[in-house]
Design a protein. Sequence first.
Length: 432
Amino acid sequence: MIRFKTFLTEATDASTYFEGVISVCLSMSGYSQKRFKDNILKQKEVKQFIKAAGKEWAVAGKKKKEQQDILWKFAKLCKSKLPATSSDAGFGQSKVKVSEFWNEGTGKNLDTSKADIKVGKFHVSVKGPKAQLMSGEKKETRVTVLSAMKYSGVGGKITKALLAEVEKFVTSTRTVGEELNGRILKKMSVKDVKEYDKKLLLKGKIERLKDGNAAAKKIIDAQEKMKADIKATFLKAFRNPKVGAAFAYESMTGWEKFGGNTYPKKKAGDKSGEATHMVIWDYSMEKLRWQKMTPKYAGTIAGKMNIAPDLKSNSYSSIVNGKKQKLGYSFYQSLRISVDYVFKKQDALQEAFIEDYTQQCELLSEGKLKDWFAGAWNKFKDGLTKIWSWLTDKIIELKNTVVEILQEDDIQQNLNLFELDVAVKVNPEVTL
């Protein structure tokens, strides 16, 4: 299968703002081209996004007119791929109540929603080319394991093995010294750490040498082997299709975390936090995928999840002599699971076809449009021939749809129907 892949890492701020851009573009997709372009760059979400966008984004470094053109095409793409034109960008921005089981296991009452925006009636998670499904510390990872294993129906040895690895997670360890983070501590020798702690003792920063950084250094040095063991155990567990699918499904949707579906005898959380669908975007802003979250879909990506049981650190401070002062860093173990979303060659063919068709609808009469279609269809078909061995059935399906469309009188109505049918019948699901 011919395909291409984006290897860039998401710029967190721009990616977050892009959720709002999707909502705004979708909501304004029914505007005339002039009205859209006159107003799109004035939208708060769009301003924030363009300001934060790195060079990997299509709008970065472009002039105002170019940005308007890119966003106009993206709005049309949103309209063609998403099932409604109403959207709420602020839907998933606040923390919501977790289920009783999750509360008992983590001590949290509220947590970040799995759904980022609302499209029509759907609660939607928005993901980019490299997407994080979860990032949980020890308690969060433990309840995820328990929920996933119960949902999978697989127990016994696999559950015990996973929980044993979770028990190894570092919970809360601190360095002492405002500049001493985990990265620096890792590079220091044991001798260096002892000398550093002696200086802290002389300065009155610590009361005894054992209050220094020796314990943190020992944990840091043990990390590589610990990480390797944790990762190996989880990967081995995920080879079981039921286990991998269940873990992916919980991580993507919050099936138990918010929905309270796995433990029905316990109270559910706020079900608005549960994601039922996913929108997957690309930095080019020329490709978009609408994906329903199902256990079957979770199973397709389970074996390709990237697992990183890394240490996460944050600085900590205190009031010293009436002033706030950074004292060092605290760090803890977090299981981060991510996936690389892949758009295939046929996505590019389809988007080019739809874009050209849209332009022709704006410029040509219906009679000329049918003449154009004959040539464009052959080009599209030839491109697909190189990709699909089972092309014949798909060509017939789509051709029958097109015949019905071109018999209608309303060009704009035809276009909307055409785009939706193409999305369903031609474009395969995201492969991870």
